[in-house]
Design a protein around this ligand. Structure first.
Ligand code: PEP
Length: 247
C-alpha cells in the first residue's frame, strides 16, 4: 500500500482570530495537491473555529490531549471533547512538551494509547537533542522513545511518526537530506524488527525541523520521508508551497 504524503502545520502558541482566519482563508483558496493529506494544529482555543471554517479535506489537530475520559483535570482537554468538536487528530510527544512541560516517554505513550484506542489519530513526535547527536546517540534515543510507545500501543494504524531533531526546530538549521533519510530509514527498520513488516511499510514518517518552501523539495524526494511537520512556516503563505512540494 502506497503511503499518502502528509503535511502537518503546527501553529504552536501563535495566532489570533484574525491571523488564523487569514491562514484558513488562504488554504481554502489554494490549489492543494490532492495526493497530500493536510492537517493543521491551531492552539486549543481556536480548534472549533478552524474546524468550522477550513475546507473539509483539511484535517484539524489539537496540540495535546489528556489520557482520562473526563473529570477533575483542570486545564486539560479530553479525547471525547475533541471528537465531539469534530477534531480527529492530535500532536503528542512534541519536544517542546517533552522538555518545557517535562512529559516523559511514558506519559506520551499513555496519551497516545488512550487517543488511538478512542478513535483519535496521532502525530507522534520523536527526536534527539544536539548533545545527543554529537555524542552519537541519535538512533539509541529514538529507539528508546519508540520502545516506550510500543510497550503501550498495539494498533499503529492511527499513528503518524514525526522525526524532529530538537536542534532543527525553530532554529533555521534543517537536517541534511542524508541525515534525515538515515534516521527515517532506521525508524522504519526498527518498526519492521520490533512491530511488523506491515506496520513498517504502512506507517508514515514525517520530517520536522525548519522545513521551508526552499528545502522541502529535496527532502520530499528521499525514499523514507513521507511528509513534513511544519512549525513556523505553517503560519505563512509558503505553507501551500510545502504542501505542494511534490506536485
Ligand atoms: C515543530 O514545531 O514541529 C517544527 C518543526 O517547528 P519549525 O518548523 O518551526 O522548526
Amino acid at each position: 500500500m502506497a503511503r499518502k504524503f502528509f503535511v502537518g502545520g503546527n501553529f504552536k502558541m501563535n495566532g489570533t482570530v484574525s491571523s488564523i482566519k487569514e491562514i484558513v482563508d488562504n488554504l481554502n483558496k489554494a490549489q492543494l495537491d490532492p495526493n497530500v493529506e493536510v492537517v493543521i494544529a491551531p492552539p486549543a482555543l481556536y480548534l472549533v473555529f478552524v474546524r468550522e471554517h477550513v475546507k473539509k479535506e483539511i484535517g484539524v489537530a489539537a496540540q495535546n490531549v489528556f489520557d482520562k475520559p473526563n473529570g477533575a483535570f483542570t486545564g486539560e482537554i479530553s479525547v471525547h471533547q475533541l471528537k465531539d468538536s469534530g477534531i480527529d487528530w492530535v500532536i503528542l510527544g512534541h519536544s517542546e512538551r517533552r522538555t518545557i512541560l517535562a512529559e516523559s516517554d511514558e506519559v506520551v505513550a499513555s496519551k497516545t494509547k488512550y487517543a488511538v484506542e478512542n478513535g483519535i489519530n496521532v502525530i507522534w513526535c520523536c527526536g534527539e537533542s544536539l548533545e545527543q547527536r554529537e555524542a552519537g546517540k541519535t538512533l539509541e534515543v529514538i529507539a528508546a522513545q519508540l520502545a516506550a510507545l510500543r510497550s503501550r500501543v498495539s494498533d499503529w494504524s492511527r499513528i503518524v511518526i514525526a522525526y524532529e531533531p530538537i536542534w532543527a526546530i525553530g532554529t533555521g538549521k534543517v537536517a541534511t537530506t542524508e541525515q534525515a533519510q538515515e534516521v527515517h530509514a532506521s525508524i522504519r527498520a526498527w518498526l519492521a524488527k520490533e512491530v511488523s513488516q506491515k506496520v513498517a511499510d504502512e506507517t508514515r514518517i514525517l520530517y520536522g525541523g525548519s522545513v521551508s518552501e526552499k528545502n522541502c523539495k529535496d527532502l520530499s524526494k528521499e525514499k523514507d520521508i513521507d511528509g513534513f511537520l511544519v512549525g513556523g512556516a505553517s503560519l505563512k503563505p509558503a505553507f501551500v508551497d510545502i504542501i505542494n512540494s511534490r506536485a
